[in-house]
Structures are given as structure tokens and as C-alpha cells.
Design a protein around this ligand. Sequence first.
Ligand SMILES: NC(=O)c1ccc[n+]([C@@H]2O[C@H](COP(=O)([O-])OP(=O)(O)OC[C@H]3O[C@@H](n4cnc5c(N)ncnc54)[C@H](O)[C@@H]3O)[C@@H](O)[C@H]2O)c1
Length: 385
Amino acid sequence: MGAERVKLGVIGVGGMGAGHCKTCEGIEEIELAAVSDVSPARAQEVGEQFGVPHFSDHKELIGAGLADAVVIATPHWSHPPIAVDAFEAGLHVLSEKPIGVSIGMAEKMAEAAKKSGKVFSVMFQMRTTAAVRKAIELVRTGELGEVKRTLLVSPEFRSQAYYNSGTWRATWAGEGGGVMLNQAPHIMDVFVELGGLPARVTGYCRTQMHDIEVEDHAEAMLEYENGATGFFHVSTCEIGERTLEIVGDKGKLRLVGGKLSFCRFVPSLSEFNRTNTEMWGSPKVEEVDLEIEECEHGHQVVLRDFARAILHGEPLVAPGEVGLGSLELANAIILSSKKGAPVELPIDRGEYDKLLEELCATSKFKGDWDATSVETDPAFKKKKK
Ligand SMILES: NC(=O)c1ccc[n+]([C@@H]2O[C@H](COP(=O)([O-])OP(=O)(O)OC[C@H]3O[C@@H](n4cnc5c(N)ncnc54)[C@H](O)[C@@H]3O)[C@@H](O)[C@H]2O)c1
């Protein structure tokens, strides 16, 4: 591609999408080219504010030939079908998180990306922080050794006033899930990146404190392929520091309130266990002084990185396909909780879509906008207006 700047269309210009339009002003590799929103008034308002053409149908924006790439910042349900339209038209795609609400639909998005050969990224800006970059490096370079145990406790407090701020919020038809689909996907993404996906989960989802349809409290016992285990708790009923812990054979990594620490076991747990002859012996635990250089982080880094991948083929900090991991985990925990039984991963896509369809049928949300009015998976087509 010869152009110096990526011409970007932003689809869905509510809170986050309008924020991305603003952020683009500070990125020299990006030129905001057009916006679209199912609300014509909103599309016009934001289009005029940024001096770019506006559309009320994402297909018109895609077909107008104004944009090389799109950012999708619509409610979660519509991310996969809009992305598929964009990839099929030869555009690059950066999707907001979560990449979808059902793993089956999200896989169709990833397949369309692969088929098109275009750049696919996801707005997981937590990956851009220095601590998370370092934690990923520690795992990838084998510093932790084989994973033995994982822990995620993520309080994501929201009040009833937050939930009342939008009719789509915290409804099955509007969001397709609760805390695991909206507030926790960033930390869940990091958790899955560092510890891997479990092979089996036993989930307990509750609506504990709020007057909403979906879960505000989710817990799970995790079992990994190698016999490792984990505990998972995310909630909008609780406030405090996010705590993530991965214990490996060679060391333990902790990410608490965004601060990373790492200690090494000398020698490794398995080696010490094999070689030690002292009744009360245990390996040394050495705190490692991590050199973490602060770096620019946030939405603008993911946006710039997306543009540089398009222009210069640079690697992405948040490739779109990574969005599948945290979504598979969220779907598995909801499925297990609803069944009252453990479920194996990968989950049965058809079974989960059927469950979602049943939950949507009970949903109060009928839609000012209708996120499922765009092309969707056949399982949901009958929900179209
Ligand atoms: N990465 C982050 O930090 C972050 C933060 C907030 C929200 N988000 C994500 O951004 C997405 C949007 O959230 P929000 O808070 O901006 O919601 P919002 O309600 O403020 O905005 C959504 C907008 O999309 C429009 N819309 C709905 N369906 C559409 C369609 N099919 N085509 C075009 N426009 C459509 C709505 O009219 C609305 O203007 C969600 O998926 C959310 O998870 C990400």
C-alpha cells in the first residue's frame, strides 16, 4: 500500500466511537474519512463535528470507497456481522471488545479476516501497558515454566445508575451477557494470554446486586489440560484491585492493581521435589527485580499500531484472533452455570447459540437500535425486524 495515511471509517459513534474519532486527530498515520451510526442524527452530529461524510448504514460507508479500514464501535452483537461485511469488501478491521457475544459468530469473523488477508485487530488496550507487555514476555520466554495454578479476582464495580444509563445495557438481547462481556474482557484477555485456556470449567453466574438480566457476578473453577487448576471471580458488585496470579513450575507472576511482580523458584518446584532429601526443605523464592520501562499506552496505541500494520506490515499488539480466547471462556462459564454442570472447552457452538437465543427471547430489550438487524449468524436471523 503506497498511501502514507490510512483512511479510516468509524462505525458506531456513541461514547466510544466518538472518542476514537477524537483520538485519530492525534495519530499521523490515520485520516478520519467517514462515520456511520444507525441513529442518523448521531451520525450527522459526529460527521459535522469532525468534518467528514456520515452514513446511517454501515454498508453505505463500506461501499462508498472512502475508507481503507474501519473501527467498529457498535454494541457487541453487531461486531461480527459488520466485520464480515467489511472484510468481504476488502477493508481492514479494528473491532471494539468483545469481538462478539458468541464464540461461533466470532469465529466466522476471524475466518472472514483470514480469507480476506486484511489486517484484523481488537481494541484490547490493556495489552499496551508496560506491565502487561512484560508479563507476556516472561511467559513467552519460558520464565514461569509449566503452569500449575491460576487466579483472577477482578472487581469491576458499577452502580445501578450506570446500568440505567442505556436500555441495551445488561440485557441479553442488548449485550449478550454481563460483567464477562462488558467490564471484564480486558483483564480476561490478559488472563487467557498468560495462563492459557482451561480444558474444563465449572461456572457459577449470579445477578447479585443489580436490577439487570445478565450476570453481575461470575465465578468458576478452571481445570487445564496438564492438570493445573485455577479460580476465577469477576464482579461489578465489588470494588478493589484486580489481582491476577499465574504460578508456574519455575516461578510466580502477580499483576495486582496494574503492578507486576515476579519471583523465581530455585530450583524449580519439580526439580526440587525430585532431588531434595530434607524433610522440611523447599526451593528458594527469589524476588526478581523487573526492568519495566514505562511506555505510552491506551486506545491511541492500538489505533496507531493498527495503522502501522496496514501501512508497513508491523506486528499487532492486539491481533483480532486473540479476542476468541476470552470470549470462549466467558461463553463456557455462562453455559456451565446455566447447565449446572462442568463444560469442556472448546464448547459446543450450536448449544451455546441455542442457549443465547432462549435467553434473548426472555429479554426486556427490544431495541431503539437493533444490533441484530444487520446480517448475523443464521441462528439469529429470525430475530431480524
Ligand atoms: N475499549 C474500551 O475501553 C471500551 C470502552 C467503552 C466501550 N467499549 C465498547 O465499545 C462498544 C460501544 O460501546 P459504547 O459505550 O460506545 O456504546 P454507546 O451506546 O455509547 O454507542 C453505541 C453506538 O452504536 C450505534 N449503533 C448501534 N448499532 C449500530 C449498527 N449496527 N451500525 C452502526 N451504529 C450502530 C448506536 O446508535 C450508538 O450511537 C461496545 O462494544 C463496548 O464494549 C470499549
